[in-house]
Design a protein around this ligand. Structure first.
Ligand code: ZN
Ligand code: ZN
Ligand code: ZN
Length: 469
């Protein structure tokens, strides 16, 4: 099959190394200036050549508790395993539907999971029968269904309204949205090539399904990597259309013999600001892997990425964007998520709901609990699991680490979607670097050092300098 043949001609390898070249300080500065203007977060700037390399600096004085920035993700995804617990918009990641739908769907899938467990092997069974299962007392199937279809309302749930569910325009029943605008934005930026529905723009839906299954069985980081590739291809196509409609504006590009490549480079620019190293070079060695087996472990990781990429190629190969389907590029994309390790977290309205019921005056609470208690019992201990995933936040990822940070990522009550929110922990004066902690900074020195080694650096913050000497 043509798609899996890898032409090792020199133009192709040149293109890959051009894509992987670090952007110049000028390009970095320009890119982030534009991004910051777009986000309307005026108080900061990105310095490509700061004290610790690229860093984010304050452009005016912040006081403790100030919002420094809300950072929209470039690309993100909910963990596959988290989809049982939370129904969120596939683009902005806010919870959708209703408190009843969130609960009903979780119970429904939990019940399905239990019957599937009965068929799994003896080794799986110990894992399946978690403590929470024993603690749960299932609801009747009818009740679960009426929670899901809206015919059963829980008391006071109207105080926790959620946007109604919008289906994927491609008809896949996998992606859902909070609004038509999120559905369209996701379709245009990522999903049209990754949709498994009838309207999909993927050239091979069977391969796409295989790719998703492989990712779910091995590492769902591949789904994120596929989103990055899809994003770049779709951006390339948009740039190409713009160029055709407006050729005189792009004269310099037309003069190139291979005019498509400059467009691909431009399409790739947002990603080029984020990657650092290849996944198999930077992934931390798991504790159960002996250091003498390290080379073999890294080889296995590389092979895993290769397998995943081969299936992805079958699903959405585009000749004009060929360099994007190289293992080098794929490895760097995954490495970007590995090294930046940016968690996507959105609090669950289900937790707020039950807390609200718990706080009601005694008589009202007693009345409400007649209905809510069996529901809570059916959900068990993990009733309030938040939406969890991985995302790449362009500005947050420029922030350097410190064990005595002056800022932190923190979701306030009103932050109900997947954006990253950065808050000042102490006064920050104009010109000062804004730092966050990549790890739990309360850990002792040795443990911090070991964790930060996984990020590939030795921390030289004032605290480490003092404690390490
Ligand atoms: Zn949305
Ligand atoms: Zn879809
Ligand atoms: Zn430190």
């Amino acid at each position: 099959m043509a798609a899996s043949v890898c032409p090792i001609d020199s133009q192709y390898t040149d293109q890959i190394s051009t894509l992987l070249k670090s952007p110049s300080p000028h390009q970095v500065k320009e890119y982030f200036q534009e991004l910051i203007a777009e986000r309307k977060c005026k108080g900061i700037r990105v310095n490509p050549e700061g004290e610790h390399g690229k860093g984010v600096y304050a452009d005016f004085d912040f006081i403790e508790g100030d919002l420094i920035l809300k950072d929209q993700m470039l690309v993100g995804a909910q963990h596959s395993s988290n989809k049982i617990d939370c129904l969120v918009c596939s683009f902005c990641f806010q919870f959708i539907g209703s408190v009843e739908l969130q609960i009903g769907k979780k119970l429904y899938l939990q019940e399905l999971g239990i019957s599937a467990d009965n068929e799994c092997g003896p080794s799986d069974r110990t894992e399946c029968s978690s403590g929470s299962f024993i603690d749960r007392s299932p609801l009747l199937q009818d009740t679960i269904e009426s929670l899901m279809n809206g015919s059963m309302r829980l008391p006071f749930s109207e105080k926790f309204p959620l946007p109604s569910v919008v289906s994927c325009p491609g008809g896949c029943r996998e992606a859902y949205y909070c609004s038509e605008s999120c559905a369209k934005a996701d379709w245009d930026s990522f999903h049209s090539l990754l949709c498994t529905g009838k309207g999909s723009k993927s050239s091979n839906i069977k391969a796409l399904l295989k790719f998703i299954q492989h990712a779910n069985e091995t590492n769902d980081i591949f789904i994120l990597a596929a989103k990055v590739i899809s994003f770049s291809i779709l951006r390339y196509r948009k740039l190409k259309v713009a160029q055709c409609e407006n050729p005189e504006k792009h004269d310099s590009m037309n003069l190139c013999t291979n005019y498509g490549f400059p467009l691909l480079l431009e399409a790739w620019k947002p990603v080029s600001m984020g990657y650092k190293r290849r996944w198999w070079d930077c992934i931390a060695l798991p504790e159960d892997v002996d250091s003498c087996d390290e080379a073999m472990f890294r080889m296995q990781i590389r092979d895993l990425a290769f397998t995943s990429l081969e299936i992805l190629k079958e699903a959405m190969y585009d000749k004009e964007c060929e360099p994007l389907f190289s293992l080098e590029i794929y490895g760097h994309i995954i490495g970007m998520f590995e090294l930046n390790n940016l968690d996507l977290v959105v609090a669950s309205p289900v937790e707020d709901y039950f807390l609200y019921i718990d706080d009601l005056p005694f008589s009202e609470k007693k009345e409400a609990e007649k209905i809510t208690k069996p529901v809570l019992d059916a959900l068990g201990d993990d009733y309030s699991i938040c939406c969890q995933g991985t995302a790449f936040f362009p500005l947050q990822s420029c922030m350097n680490h410190s064990c005595i940070p002056n800022a932190k990522a923190f979701k306030r009550e009103e932050d109900r979607d997947g954006q990253a929110t950065i808050i000042a922990l102490k006064p920050i004066s104009k010109g000062e670097e804004i730092t966050i902690s990549y790890i739990d900074e309360d850990l002792p020195y040795e443990e911090r050092r070991a964790l930060l080694e996984d990020y590939g650096f030795l921390c030289l913050c004032p605290r480490c300098s003092e404690e390490g000497s």
